[in-house]
Design a protein around this ligand. Sequence first.
Ligand code: F6R
Length: 608
Amino acid sequence: MCGIVGYVGPRIATPMLIEGLKRMEYRGYDSAGVALLGDDGVDLRRAKGKIAALESTVATRPIEGTTGIGHTRWATHGAPSEKNAHPQRDCTGTIAVVHNGIIENYTVLRKRLIEAGHVFKSDTDTEVLAHLIEAAFKGNLEEAVTEALNLVEGTYGIAVISSQDPDKIVAARKGSPLLIGLGDGENYVASDVAAILQHTRQVVYLDDGEMAVLTPTTYRVFDLEANDVPKNVNRIDWDLEQIEKGGFEHFMLKEIFEQPQTIENTMRGRLVTEEGFSKLGGLNLTKQEMLDLEHIIITACGTSWHSALIGKLMIEDLARIRVDVEYASEFRYRNPIVDDKSLCVVISQSGETADTLAAMREAKRRGAKTLGLVNVVGSTIAREDDGGIYLHAGPEIGVASTKAFTSQVIALTLLTLKLARLRALSVEKGRAIAQAMEALPAQVQQILENAAAVEAIADRFRDATNFLYLGRGYNFPVALEGALKLKEISYIHAEGYPAAEMKHGPIALIDENMPVVFIAPHDSVFEKVVSNISEVKARGGRVIVITSREEPSLAGKIDFEIRIPETIDMLYPVLAVVPLQLLAYYIAAKRGLNVDQPRNLAKSVTVE
Ligand code: F6R
């Protein structure tokens, strides 16, 4: 989704801004631009499409200045085009704004501004901000921005510069992430730490309702009433190499192969194997509160919603607490039954997904305690939840979520152990689960070593137009996840179904052209799934099975087999999803598609 970067200091800012924008490419965007303070106002270069297009515009018409802002835009209001790309300027050309988020009352504001004589050059909601700041400007940029923001409804992360109040960037945040980077005689602003990590590791996160003024040597954070807000300086430990591809052709493949380590990282220091329980320091729930819990809601979107479905099965099975799983986008707009006896578990890789954040706030408003399972440290959900379990999976750059999913399932297993051991689960059973968890990193490694076999299957199906994914029990959410991975990066239509539900409709789709992927490890429903496999084979479907041992009952019923190691039922999703991630990856790569930035998708969906 949109990205912001800004620089104020002694150096020519252009290369740094473009480099910063490139670091945020993974977020997804459709145009990009930079603005720099020059002698006669604010100079702009913008281009539709990739940053390479912006670079060639800048090469043809160079642009220089030591104070500048840059942006990658993912269109919401107005088509992707040069005129709609950010930065946006006011009528005088002396004020430039970059903006993430949506100005909800922009139609009214735009009409009012046009009546007052302002001339609009784009279709964006953002341009309204530039004109509002122009109208309020009396010589001090932060005062004008404050006045403008007081008229605005909606969400924003913004950075503003003006040649009438030079050597300064004004930034503000409401509902869209923003941070300040502190350098030596120079300062930065960004919506994503990746944009500035090359230059500084010292950052200050802005919270909603906060503004900041940056000069080369100072920064000040204050609220919309101009009261100073004391802030902590955080040190970022992620390495740039961690964010880069590390020798793999795509980030997605790198991230799939990182899973032995990332799964280990999610468990590290938390699993007490002998006692069969978990230590989760950040829960912020007393033993009594955990015992009193009558109801859990897990809310999330996309892949994170799939891990939520697995969490429900685990918690209900072992802790015997009723769990509802809700799409965050639905939960926020209905009248859910949530109160102070409920725990709302919020799952989000980015910690910035607008619907998930809104669902969490709604649950809080109704009295529930909130618990965030989040990957990005310092993200909004992580800062606003009552307690949390960080995934510790490291930066996930590929738009398709992979390692975050397996870490989410691990974090949910740790939570289940915690709740279940307090209630019904014996030490022996808890220990067996913990031992099975400890074996996972090596088992995932074993699956990855067999990636070539999955690639060979991908080669056979690269031209397929439809796919079905079927599983039961713990592996039904895996079927959904496998289908989502395939459709989002390969653009092949795919559906996930509970295997037995197939005969209530989707079975009509099956013919000799339909590849059907069964997730059928040797678990408690294995025999049932074998019957479903027979039903597909009898209709000529091409069966690909993910299973965990040599099974005579499968003989003659399958076309391709992918073997995964054995584990306990509740942990099969962690193993079974890995070949599905690989299958989707190899099919998309063989189709020559942009695996890391699939069309129409954004890594972090910060609009509802
Ligand atoms: C799919 C994918 C999306 C995200 C969803 C939620 O591969 O990446 O479905 O899972 O947008 O994102 P987070 O987890 O950041 O809240």
